[in-house]
Ligand binder design. Structure first.
Ligand code: MC0
Length: 153
C-alpha cells in the first residue's frame, strides 16, 4: 500500500528560522510554500529525493494560531516531529482498506495537501502514537517554488 515516505512533518515556532537552518546545515532546497487555512498551517516543502509515485520531502509547519492541530501540539510537546506521511497510489482505496482494519480515519474524504496532493490522516492513538498521513501525489508536481494560499476543499 505504501510506495515511499512522502514527507516527515516537523512542527516549529518560526518557519523562516527553521527553513534557514535546514538550508544551511543540510543543504536542502525549498520547492514549495503554502498557507493551508483548512489545516491551520504555514508550511514549506524541502526536497530530499524522487521516489515511486512522487518525491520525498521534509515539511516544515508553523501554526496559524494556538487553536490548530500544530498550535496545540507545540504547546503540549514543543518543536519536533509532528507526523509521518506515506505515499499511496490511491488515497480513497487506502482509506477504505485501513478503515476496514479498525484504525480511525480523521478525514471522511481526502483533503487538499502540499504540492496539490490529496491527503487523509489516521488517528495517532491507533498507530502507536504516530500521527500518520496518507498522500496521493498530484499527477504533475510544480518545478519551482510556488506561493499559494489555499482555503478551500
Ligand atoms: C495529538 N496527539 C498526537 C499528535 N497530536 N500524538 C502524536 N502526534 C501528534 N501530532 C495526541 C495528544 O498527545 C493526545 O494524547 C491525543 O492525541 C489527543 O490530542 P489533543 O491535543 O487533545 O488534540 P485533538 O484531539 O484536538 O486533536 C488531535 C488530532 C488532530 C491528531 C486528532 O491534531 C488532527 O486531526 N490532526 C490531523 C490534521 C493535522 O494535524 N493537520 C496539521 C498538519 P493524550 O495521550 O495526551 O490524550 S497539515 C499537513 O500536514 C498538510 C498541509 C500536508 O501534509 O499536506
Amino acid at each position: 500500500m505504501f510506495m515511499r515516505i512522502d514527507h516527515v512533518g516537523i512542527a516549529c515556532h518560526d518557519l523562516e528560522e527553521r527553513i534557514a537552518f535546514f538550508e544551511r546545515v543540510f543543504d536542502l532546497t525549498v520547492v514549495a510554500r503554502e498557507i493551508n487555512e483548512e489545516q491551520g498551517v504555514k508550511e514549506a516543502m524541502l526536497h530530499i529525493a524522487d521516489g515511486q509515485g512522487g518525491g520525498s520531502y521534509i515539511q516544515l509547519l508553523e501554526p496559524l494560531g494556538p487553536d490548530t492541530p500544530v498550535g496545540k501540539f507545540l504547546a503540549k510537546r514543543g518543536e519536533g516531529v509532528h507526523h509521518v506521511a506515506f505515499g499511496v497510489p490511491d488515497v480513497v482505496q487506502a482509506m477504505e482498506k485501513i478503515g476496514d482494519s479498525g484504525v480511525r480515519l480523521l478525514d471522511k474524504t481526502p483533503r487538499h495537501g502540499s504540492l496539490n496532493s490529496s491527503i487523509a490522516f489516521l488517528h495517532p492513538k491507533d498507530v502507536g502514537g504516530v500521527l500518520t498521513e496518507l498522500v496521493q501525489a498530484a499527477e504533475r508536481q510544480p518545478e519551482s517554488t510556488s506561493n499559494t494560499t489555499n482555503a478551500d476543499s
